[in-house]
Design a protein around this ligand. Structure first.
Ligand code: GLN
Length: 587
């Protein structure tokens, strides 16, 4: 074979025919099936939640599932997106900055994902253009079809091989009809054609309106959306109807007739109080079995495995809504108007609360108005304080005042990334007497730059992407709060997304004055967890522990904060003390 033929073959092309089948090495046709979830009518319907819950049900049955989110935007990753517009940036262990839906998959599947689980149009085009420059499409004009769509299929099949997946769950961002998503949808049509019958299950997630003035459910918008999908050459196999209330028979029948889908495969996915009740909602209506039947993989399931997993899950969901205690955590933050910007923190608090039988209320605190004098007024009612991650100058002084209030008044405190840095600045200023202490992010010329840009990052500054990103090991100091919370292990893995850190020159002064660095990088002088032993619960971490909290495995720092807040609310006020929480977290 000539070189050029080999090159063409490597991208699935031949010079003589029109078929374009980019198959990665080791791909076994028929091994992996695909569930493809697309939205119609509008975005924001919870495609990620739906898809992750369905994937969980199949995973519980012993199948290997691998999710992938296909984003329409041209950004290479989500790192540069404003959380105020798009929700939080979720960082994966390998450092990829992704959409918050990846967090939903990680939590629901209790799986660590990687860059193979996330793609944007920008990534797809970049890789096609790179291949073109390397001469990999020899002699052919590079086109949306088959080359761009071919790249999409290649990604899915690479994921299938990498994970040895029984089922790849493909979630297409946005809605059918968006120009930027059109090539993804065409790629899915081609995938189903190439893989053959029963290889792909197309799920259309749609929305049933119920205008208050009419008081009845209307399915027209849903019908039109499904028609639009059918115009792309895709016949949905399953239609899942999002709605406020359970979808009635009339609307279901209309959707069934117009969508050409038997009514047994039209499902009501109405609003539910907790996302953790959705798996059982899908199970109760038989959606999981319908998908298995369509994909002809019932024989791959393991009933015993499922029984065990389902019991574990139900032990968790049984606790929902049965909390006997209640606390309020104050979160200071710049994007206080948008809950999505702090989605993982809210989930982590919820996991910890369910674990400890405590309802966790959140009070948002706009720090631009908080000063040392007014902090008590703003924070009076809270049982614990979180200063979350953030970038830039706005509200920083208010965050530092909030830390001071927590420290001086024995209010449980958890500082996340920027909140860790704020705790260092506050301690340096008010305990170590370094009055000019600050971070160079806010004041590049400050007298005592206790928080400064990372030496290792300084070198690569200007080349773009100069943040310390992804999973890093943290060595835990024995006999500290962190050590007890993490159940006496020597090392834990946390996720990071920062550019600044404690300047090592100040570590001695901080330690001499009582601050304990209980978590450090095992290889570099990077401080990663701090605590104050004299305080009931004062902890900061340069990491983002909220990103690794899972429903059945609450993140220990969050559980510790909630336990300390329970004690603060009850025992410290002479109320019957729920000692179990404190004991459980060994704080
Ligand atoms: N802005 C700070 C830094 O870059 C904190 C980052 C964060 O909170 N994610 O180090």
């Amino acid at each position: 074979m000539t070189d050029s033929r080999e090159m063409l073959a490597s991208v699935g092309a031949t010079s003589t025919d029109e078929f374009f089948l980019p198959l990665p090495k080791g791909y076994k046709k028929g091994k992996t099936r695909y569930v493809i979830v697309m939205g119609t009518v509008m975005s924001g319907l919870g495609k990620g939640i739906f898809s992750s819950c369905l994937a969980k049900l199949l995973q519980d049955k012993g199948l290997t599932v691998a999710p992938i989110k296909l984003e329409g935007y041209l950004n290479i990753d989500s790192g540069t997106l404003n959380p105020f517009r798009h929700g939080e940036v979720f960082v994966l262990d390998d450092g990829m900055e992704t959409d918050m839906d990846l967090g939903t998959y990680e939590r629901m599947l209790d799986q660590n994902l990687s860059r193979a689980n996330f793609s944007t149009s920008g990534q797809i085009y970049r890789s096609v253009l790179d291949k073109e420059r390397h001469g990999e499409y020899l002699g052919r004009d590079v086109q949306m079809i088959p080359h761009v769509t071919g790249e999409v299929k290649l990604r899915l099949r690479e994921l299938a091989v990498k994970k040895n997946a029984d089922v790849v769950f493909v979630e297409i961002g946005g809605t059918v009809g968006d120009i930027e998503n059109a090539f993804y949808i065409e790629a899915m049509r081609e995938l189903a054609y190439e893989e053959g019958p029963n290889s792909c299950c197309f799920v259309a997630l749609t929305y049933i309106l119920e205008p208050r003035t009419l008081g009845e459910q209307k399915s027209k918008a849903a019908q039109l959306g499904i028609k639009q999908l059918m115009q792309t050459g895709i016949q949905p196999d399953i239609i899942a109807c999002r709605a406020e209330k359970e979808v009635g028979k009339t609307a279901m029948q209309k959707i069934s007739v117009f969508g050409n889908v038997p009514v047994e495969r039209v499902f009501s996915m109405h609003d539910s109080a907790s996302i953790y009740s959705i798996p059982s909602m899908l199970r109760d209506c038989g959606l999981d079995f319908e998908v298995l039947r369509m994909l002809r993989i019932e024989d791959r399931t393991q009933l015993r495995h499922e029984r065990k997993e389902w019991e574990r899950w139900c032990d968790f969901t049984d606790k929902l809504g049965k909390e006997t205690k209640e606390i309020t955590i104050g979160i200071t933050g710049k994007y206080t108007s948008l809950r999505d910007s702090y989605a993982s923190i809210l989930h982590a608090l919820e996991h910890a609360g369910i674990h400890l039988g405590c309802k966790v209320n959140v009070e948002w605190i706009e720090t631009t108005n908080v000063t040392d004098q007014t902090a008590a007024k703003h924070l009076a009612g809270v049982d614990g304080i979180i200063v979350p991650g953030g970038f830039g100058v706005r509200g920083m002084e208010g965050k530092i005042s909030s830390v001071r209030y927590a420290r001086e008044n024995n209010v449980p405190y958890l500082g996340l990334c920027l909140g860790f840095q704020a705790a260092v600045i506050e301690y340096a200023r008010n305990v170590c007497g370094l009055h000019a202490a600050n971070t160079t992010e806010v004041d590049p010329k400050c007298g005592e730059p206790v928080i400064d840009i990372l030496p290792e990052q300084k070198k690569i500054e200007g080349l773009g992407g100069n943040m310390r990103l992804g999973g890093q090991d943290v060595a835990i100091k024995p006999d500290t709060l962190a050590w007890r919370l993490f159940n006496k292990v020597e090392s834990v893995r946390l996720r990071f997304r920062h550019r600044y850190e404690v300047d090592p020159r100040y570590i001695a002064a901080l330690e001499e004055n009582g601050m304990v660095f209980s978590g450090k990088s095992p290889t570099q002088p990077i401080m990663q967890i701090l605590e104050l032993p004299q305080h009931p619960f004062f902890m900061g971490t340069q990491a983002h522990p909220e990103l690794t909290s899972r429903p059945l495995r609450p993140q220990p720092m969050f559980a510790g904060l909630v336990a300390a807040a329970i004690k603060h609310r009850y025992a410290d006020n002479g109320l019957p003390a729920p000692e179990d929480a404190v004991k459980k977290m060994r704080i």
